[in-house]
Ligand binder design. Structure first.
Ligand SMILES: NC(=O)c1ccc[n+]([C@@H]2O[C@H](COP(=O)([O-])OP(=O)(O)OC[C@H]3O[C@@H](n4cnc5c(N)ncnc54)[C@H](O)[C@@H]3O)[C@@H](O)[C@H]2O)c1
Length: 346
């Protein structure tokens, strides 16, 4: 049985991945998660927590003593742990530098101490910045536009350097925008769904014409499982984009959500653009298809409806998050300041 360290496993993609991995009896999962505002043990059902192949450790990837201890018990690492909200990185980038960059470096440094199976670094399509050529291949220039993306790009290249310099079995994965169950309700799709349900504004930055390539999180979890299953020799040193090859803009998504609930378009409120906002991301899908035989299975039109239904049926999950002082302080502060910029431009 292989023991996999899943850092950040209590977050959105990490929890969906943990659920997927536990389906396979050949794997034991140790989740290491700091439980920041975005980490959530509600993401694990009783079935998961009672599974003898599941273990949870509360801890920080940037804390060497914690990492040193847990690393001794695992053969593979998949690093999801990160501060992930771009908007927050604009207000305060300290925790991004600390976790996304320093935390990754500490994991890599401890990983290096013994021969192990593989280290999968979860990077992001945001490292590319806005598309210079489309669709975007793995060789597209790295040109991050936000502090979040910059710290992720640093970690992405740091991981790669450990392959080049020390010949470690490192794989870098750059998912495009994920959506689906368990996503913290400050992120675009759950934010729109929850606000539509509560008749609150769907804030849209700038023109609303910025596009993203959307990947249903359960499809992403399956791709990552393949990256763990395949012989490390076949993929070490590789970078993989995980995208669908299709793009949807923010206004289209707002429209789909409002139509589902029969709510008026007047709930859409255009506000000032986010500084450094990436205009367009769309993935090339050839490499991952060729090497891993993976492609997005869930068409966006189907996945978005599944996602809306999940948030509709699991209000308990997001309502308690949105009632927290932490959520409200960020929401009011961030959108309040953008509203002021919007009004001063009128
Ligand atoms: N969500 C997306 O669309 C998307 C797209 C591309 C890449 N990614 C990347 O995927 C990964 C997971 O993203 P997500 O959307 O699930 O994020 P998330 O914010 O939902 O979860 C992040 C998790 O990391 C944990 N964490 C934060 N700091 C930590 C630390 N110092 N030590 C240990 N745990 C810590 C949090 O408690 C949380 O459980 C991130 O690396 C992110 O950059 C996300």
């Amino acid at each position: 049985m292989r023991t996999v360290l899943v850092t950040g496993g209590a977050g959105f993609i990490g929890s969906n991945f943990t659920i997927e991995l536990l389906k396979d009896k050949n794997y034991k999962v140790i989740v290491l998660d700091k439980l920041t505002y975005a980490g959530n043990l509600d993401n694990f059902s009783d079935e998961v927590t009672r599974n003898p192949r599941f273990e949870f450790i509360k801890g920080d990837i940037a804390d060497r003593s914690v990492v040193e201890k847990v690393m001794k018990r695992v053969d593979s690492v998949i690093n999801f742990a990160a501060e992930t909200h771009i908007d927050r990185s604009i207000v305060n980038y300290d925790p991004f530098v600390q976790t996304d960059f320093i935390g990754t470096y500490i994991l890599l440094d401890e990983f290096r101490k013994k021969t192990r199976d593989r280290f999968i670094q979860i990077s992001t399509s945001e490292v590319y910045g806005s598309a210079q050529t489309v669709p975007m291949t793995e060789t597209h220039p790295i040109s991050p536009q936000s502090p979040y993306a910059a710290t992720k790009a640093g970690a992405d290249r740091m991981a790669y350097s450990f392959y080049k310099t020390y010949h470690l079995p490192i794989v870098v994965v750059r998912p495009f925008n994920n959506y689906g169950p368990n996503q913290y309700p400050e992120k675009l799709i759950p934010f729109f769904i929850a606000n539509a349900i509560e008749d609150k504004p769907l804030y849209v930055y700038g023109s609303g014409k910025n596009t993203r390539d959307w990947v249903y999180v359960k499809d992403c979890a399956q791709a990552l499982k393949r990256i763990l299953d395949i012989s490390a020799d076949k993929i070490k040193g590789e970078v993989f984009n995980l995208g669908s090859g299709k793009e949807y803009d923010v206004l289209e998504i707002a429209g789909i959500v409002l139509d589902y609930f029969n709510k008026p378009r007047s709930l859409i409120k255009k506000i000032a653009d986010r500084p450094g906002h990436v205009e367009r991301l769309i993935s090339d899908t050839k490499k991952v298809k060729k090497i891993l035989g993976w492609q997005v299975k869930t068409e966006f039109n189907k996945g978005i409806v599944e996602t809306i239904k999940w948030y509709e049926e699991n209000k308990w999950w997001w309502e308690k998050i949105r009632k927290r002082k932490e959520y409200q302080q960020f929401y009011n502060g961030w959108y309040g300041s953008l509203m002021k910029v919007t009004q001063s431009k009128k």
